[in-house]
Design a protein around this ligand. Structure first.
Ligand code: HAS
Length: 553
């Protein structure tokens, strides 16, 4: 089949392949369950079905959010990055990295199981943001802590591989994939420290009843200290695939090694000190601090614009090299029938309105219109649910064959194209309706209600049905995806699929400063202290009376 190449030898060794596959299998089990919960909640919200008495909307919503946003993403990302780090550092992970990888995996699986069991027991319907004063079972929070600590071990594995490579290649810049993976994990480790503090020192003692009340404002601030970089933790691995894997898949080159590294450094620096843009409507944080976070938010848009520029450049130069003429003739030369390119490309297209929506959210006055409406749900379904998810699907279509020593067959490729179209149409309908409804004032995170047949609420119903229909298409796409990936993992013909790693067109000089971690971690520490130091100190010293636990379900 045109556009799908086979390498001549295994691209990563068996221990690495086993480790990566373990993470990816858990990721897709979580994805399947989350997709089912998503479809059900869409149907309920659209007034198409009612839930049996033994469950409720918020339980299903929590299961969907936790499994999709926290479990699917984190497991997939670690599995993917381990494989790419191994591939670009000689094909294998050394013993320390493997040990970190497996210990992290075990902790994460235990944490996930604890979270899932407490949700199933209806003891943790606190949604994926587990906002206080809603109180879950302490075991839900302990599970969350184990998930975070386990993911750190995964990160240490990646960082230890990087350090080993640097020791063996003194004075050289690390491979781009490795550099980007390390940046992603530095971001992750820094941003999960505050949420770990929230969980360990606030939520767990309070949920066990050892402390009667909780400082709500502080807990939310610590959550969003983590919550915004979390979205970049999802996005950066997708960007890694865009910067490093896609150029090779389309037969082109990485546009600029320096630009790619600079974009990642900027993401690291500016995605953390911005959490107040999720709290713009909350009292207790003064407008001045909110404004600083908004300015930094607008700065973190820059690396995404650099990425857009870089991707356009890769596409155009590759298309022209292949003989594309005229203003848009190069577009025709891109491998449109190769799902490894098509799925992430559709994700990129969605990311244009998705990013624009993010800029709207970040503007204080416009945030007042959309905050806590279902617009925000629409926003994150086309960012993480489409740009990121479609990229992860595109990666899975080639990564799983690489890891299992099989091949992406023409039929699987065609089915992948169909799956991508279903996902895109489903998401277009569902998120489009969510955006429209949000502007009409429909709140997010509410069960089906007509507000006692209020005419305004009744006017939302047709759009909620469109949402449900879109959700149905998404579920169909999810089933199709799992079937294709299952086939690729266990039944596809044996072979040596290529792990696509792009390179620059000839030697490029990358300034060494881009890899000088003490400088960037120092700047990051300064920005974090500047943006959060005083507000957090104020929230600790001048806090409102704390809240006892509340259970609304
Ligand atoms: Fe967001 C809320 C602001 C990006 C996820 N966001 C959320 C929530 C989630 C989320 C999950 O300021 C809800 C949290 C909750 O439950 O309450 N977001 C932004 C901004 C950006 C942004 C400024 N968000 C993301 C990404 C996410 C994500 C990425 C997941 C992966 N977001 C907000 C704000 C809120 C918010 C407020 C709070 C709302 C509220 O009130 O609650 C920016 O980083 C976006 C920058 C992106 C761009 C797009 C660049 C385009 C590219 C594609 C190029 C296309 C190509 C195709 C190359 C500027 C890179 C080529 C085409 C050819 C034809 C060849």
């Amino acid at each position: 089949m045109k556009g799908i190449r086979n390498g001549s030898a295994a691209e990563v060794d068996r221990p690495t392949a086993r480790l990566s596959m373990a993470y990816i299998i858990v990721a897709y089990v979580a994805f399947g369950l989350a997709a089912l919960a998503g479809m059900v909640q869409g149907m309920v919200r659209g007034g198409i079905m009612e839930l049996p008495s033994w469950t409720n909307y918020y339980q299903i919503l929590t299961a969907h959010g936790v499994l999709m946003a926290l479990i699917f993403t984190t497991f997939f990302i670690i599995g993917f990055l381990f494989s790419g780090v191994a591939r670009t550092t000689g094909g294998s992970l050394h013993g320390t990295a493997l040990r970190f990888g497996w210990s992290g995996f075990v902790l994460m699986v235990i944490g996930t199981a604890m979270g899932v069991v407490t949700i199933l027991m209806n003891e943790a319907s606190v949604l994926y943001t587990f906002y206080a004063p809603l109180k879950a079972s302490p075991y839900f929070y302990i599970g969350t802590a184990l998930l975070v600590v386990g993911s750190w071990l995964g990160g240490f594995g990646i960082i230890s591989s990087y350090r080993k490579w640097k020791r063996e290649n003194p004075g050289k810049m690390s491979p781009l994939f490795v550099f980007m993976s390390v940046t992603t994990f530095v971001l992750w480790i820094v941003c999960t420290i505050p949420v770990a503090i929230e969980v360990l020192f606030q939520l767990i003692p309070w949920s066990f009843g050892w402390t009667p009340t909780i400082n709500v404002m502080l807990s939310r601030t610590l959550f969003w200290f983590f919550g915004h970089p979390l979205v970049y933790f999802w996005l950066m691995p997708a960007y890694i695939a865009w910067y490093v894997n896609i150029p090779r898949i389309i037969g082109g080159h990485v546009f600029s090694d320096s630009l790619a590294r600079l974009a990642f450094i900027l993401l690291l620096l500016f995605s953390i000190p911005v959490g107040f843009h999720h709290q713009l409507m909350e009292p207790g944080i003064s407008p001045g601090w909110k404004m600083i976070h908004v300015i930094l938010t607008l700065i973190v848009v820059l690396p995404s614009l650099m990425t857009a520029f870089s991707m356009f450049a890769v596409f155009e130069t590759t298309g022209r090299k292949k003989g594309g003429l005229g203003l848009f003739g190069w577009l025709k030369k891109l491998p449109w029938t190769d799902v490894r390119f098509f799925a992430p490309f559709v994700g990129m297209l969605f990311f244009i309105p998705a990013g624009t929506g993010g800029i709207i959210n970040a503007s204080n006055q416009m945030n007042a219109v959309v905050h806590n409406t279902i617009w925000v749900t629409g926003h994150f379904h086309i960012t993480v649910g489409t740009a990121v998810a479609l990229t992860f699907f595109g990666v899975s279509y080639w990564l799983i064959p690489v890891l299992t020593g099989r091949t992406l067959t023409p039929t699987a490729n065609r089915m992948g194209m169909v799956q991508t179209v279903f996902w895109a149409v489903g998401m277009f309908l569902m998120s489009g309706a969510m955006h429209g409804l949000g502007l009409a004032g429909t709140p997010r995170r509410t069960d089906y209600t007509t507000y006692m047949d209020h005419p305004t609420a009744l006017s939302w119903m047709p759009y909620q049905q469109v949402m449900a229909f879109g959700g149905g298409l998404l579920f169909t796409a999810a089933i199709l995806l799992i079937l294709i990936l299952g086939y690729l993992a266990f039944f596809a013909p044996k072979g040596n699929a290529e792990y696509p790693i792009g390179e620059t067109d000839g030697e490029q000089h990358t300034p060494g400063i881009l890899e000088r971690w003490p400088v960037w971690v120092g700047v990051l520490a300064f920005l974090v202290v500047m943006a959060y130091g005083y507000p957090i100190m104020e929230q600790i010293t001048h806090h409102a009376p704390g809240s006892p636990p509340i259970r609304t379900w």
